[in-house]
Design a protein around this ligand. Structure first.
Ligand code: PMV
Length: 362
């Protein structure tokens, strides 16, 4: 197990200068899903995702010296300039869990400012982008104060580890293109504690993939991912799910190498429906898809059959669809989305995204 505890990372209170750090970090969409965890945010199966580009969070941490040593009253959080008390509480809990890794945080006053590129109420999970941006800011602060984490690989590994502690899927957003998180026979470098950039050969067709996000319903979902993961502990299908995820991971890795689009579609759509089947077979069971989610899925299946174009869908833990397809087919596919699918989205809202290069420090 990695041990990032560092009691020596304490600042000399007399010399703390005011400063700030900013990172922009993208969201990601899992192709093999992480659903179910154990221990301290450790996944029950490995997952792999495309890192996105246009759906991102920008976070700035402004810091200065603080008089007393308590964490409670030294964090303020602003989303698009507005103070958010509920987020602030979550952050305080997260930061308490990080106390042994970043003991210097309690010596500082932190004013955290976040902005999402997508509307907050859009129904898009922002935890991957927001928690990865935050983890990168914290690692940059450590690096600045203590001259540690000089090596970029070590920096990213720690940022991914820290992001994971706040939101599992955020661990993967640290890396561009494709990221893998979790132990898997398919890749000896896979690790449960942090994600890695997926470096094996990837066929050209997957490098310019689109992910258009169709917002069927904005707003908060009825069952959170935190509760969803918990319900997996009692789900009688959980053991077979984890075996299936392992098998699909090996298959997908071959598919990514070969550029097999049909195989890709079978796996990612299977994963999306399996994720929602697990919700429906939890106790109590619940459904996060909407009627329009199913209508769009059927329209995509029909479009594929008639037009013979490689357009596939996947889902996060919510009703919104991610439409995945190669760049060379973007013209007819975007026309199909505009003419036939947007009518089933709330306020016709969608986000056009592509596979991206990962976070940047601003
Ligand atoms: O990162 P969490 O704890 O919000 O879990 C998210 C899990 C899924 O988005 C449904 C799948 C995944 O691997 O991203």
């Amino acid at each position: 197990m990695l041990d990032y505890k560092n009691p020596r990372h304490i600042l000399n209170s007399d010399t703390i200068k005011e400063g700030q750090v900013t990172w922009r970090s993208p969201s990601n969409i899992a192709l093999i899903k992480y659903w179910g965890k154990h221990g301290t945010q450790l996944p029950n199966n490995a997952s792999i995702s495309f890192t996105l580009s246009n759906a991102y969070t920008e976070t700035t941490i402004k810091y200065k010296a603080k008089e007393t040593g308590l964490l409670e009253n030294n964090i303020s959080f602003f989303l698009d300039g507005k103070e958010k008390a509920d987020f602030q509480e979550k952050l305080i809990t997260n930061f308490k869990n990080l106390d042994t890794i970043f003991p210097f945080l309690k010596q500082l006053n932190l004013s955290i400012h976040s902005h999402n590129s997508f509307p907050h109420s859009a129904g898009i999970a922002s935890s991957a982008s927001s928690m990865s941006a935050l983890a990168l800011c914290l690692c940059s602060m450590e690096s600045y104060f203590f001259n540690s984490l000089g090596n970029l690989d070590e920096f990213k590994k720690k940022a991914s580890y820290v992001a994971r502690l706040m939101s599992g899927s955020a661990a993967r957003s640290i890396y561009g293109k494709i990221a893998l998180w979790g132990k898997t026979p398919a890749d000896p470098n896979g690790n449960n504690e942090y994600a890695i950039p997926y470096k094996k050969y990837i066929h050209e067709v997957f490098k310019s993939f689109h992910d258009d996000i169709l917002i069927v319903k904005k707003g908060k979902k009825s069952v959170s991912s935190r509760v969803g993961h918990q319900l997996m502990e009692q789900n009688i299908y959980a053991p077979s799910r984890y075996k299936e995820a392992e098998k699909r991971m090996s298959q997908l890795i071959q598919i990514l190498k070969q550029g097999d689009l049909t195989g890709f579609g079978k796996i990612v759509e299977g994963e999306a429906l399996t994720l929602h089947a697990l919700m429906m077979t939890s106790t109590p069971p619940y459904i996060l898809m909407e009627a329009n989610t199913l209508t769009i899925i059927q329209k995509i299946q029909n479009f594929r059959k008639v037009q013979k174009l490689p357009l596939y869908f996947t889902l996060d833990a919510g009703p919104n669809l991610h439409l995945l397809y190669p760049d060379e087919h973007r013209i007819p596919i975007k026309a199909f989305i505009k003419n036939e699918l947007l009518a089933y989205c709330e306020d016709q809202f969608w986000i056009e995204d592509v596979v991206g290069t990962g976070p940047t420090q601003l």
